[in-house]
Design a protein around this ligand. Structure first.
Ligand code: CTP
Ligand code: CA
Length: 235
């Protein structure tokens, strides 16, 4: 059942969404992780399905993100598992949305058995850089491995700093990533992570900048999908 108020403008679109945080293993019982709740990605998946899309949700670690109704769900742990699922599934998608909080780094060594406390104190954890999945998807599209008209959406959580405001960082990230849409969330002061509300901008590759006033993640999702619906090729 579809609420009357929702448009049915994504009918037949195949939408691939990543959500939640990645966990980068240290040993069989420990990992490096982050505070992503997965709520924004789940809200997007739900809203897209309600608007008629065929949705696959690739989910990492979440907390209380709600039921992903009418959505195919695939669970992953690490960034490299996420990369594997996204690159494979993006070939069968019209829209790819990278809402996952991907760890930038992973431990170089993953112990096969539980690391013991021992007598020597803690050993340093050496890190490697994870693949940039979003940038990889854009590259694959450029190379023709993914259809050229696939719409690719990225997310950025930014704070202002000495190098510029949230919007400046968002614009720079859109250029760097090469995606079609970048959803920029203003974070800091406890905003966004694990909370119900968000605020930010949607930036498009052709220079449109739409403010996202403070609102629920469900409302954010429908605003983001409004922008997606404008640029997705309709058959
Ligand atoms: N992302 C990704 N793969 C990574 C890191 C990030 O696909 N290894 C995606 C995220 O899912 C998000 C976008 O890239 O859609 C931006 O993530 P963000 O962490 O803001 O960008 P980074 O390039 O990692 O830059 P920063 O140094 O600001 O963390
Ligand atoms: Ca990052």
């Amino acid at each position: 059942d579809r609420p009357e108020a929702l448009p049915y403008d994504l009918a037949g679109q195949r939408i691939l969404v990543s959500a939640g945080g990645t966990r980068e293993p240290l040993d069989p019982v420990r990992y490096l992780g982050n505070h992503s709740s997965g709520k924004q990605g789940y809200a997007l998946a739900r809203a897209a399905a309600q608007r008629g899309a065929q949705v696959t949700l690739v989910a990492g670690a979440t907390s209380d993100p709600g039921e992903p109704a009418a959505v195919d769900i695939v669970h992953i742990e690490s960034a490299r598992e996420l990369e594997h699922e996204m690159s494979r599934r993006a070939r069968e998608a019209d829209v790819v949305i990278m809402a996952a909080a991907v760890a930038d780094f992973r431990p170089v060594d993953v112990a096969g058995s539980k690391i013991k406390k021992g007598d020597d104190g803690p050993a340093p954890i050496r890190l490697d850089t994870n693949p940039d999945i979003l940038a990889g998807l854009v590259r694959a599209r450029g190379a023709g491995d993914i259809a050229r008209d696939t719409v690719i959406v990225g997310f950025a959580a930014e704070t202002g700093d000495a190098d510029g405001g949230v919007l400046d960082h968002g614009r720079a990230k859109l250029r760097r990533k090469g995606c079609d849409l970048l959803v920029v969330n203003a974070v800091g002061d406890g905003k966004a992570f694990g909370t119900e509300d968000n605020a930010g901008w949607i930036l498009t590759v052709d220079g449109n900048e739409t403010a996202l006033p403070f609102g629920s993640k469900t409302l954010m999702a429908s605003r983001i999908l409004d922008e997606v619906a404008v640029i997705v090729p309709h058959s």
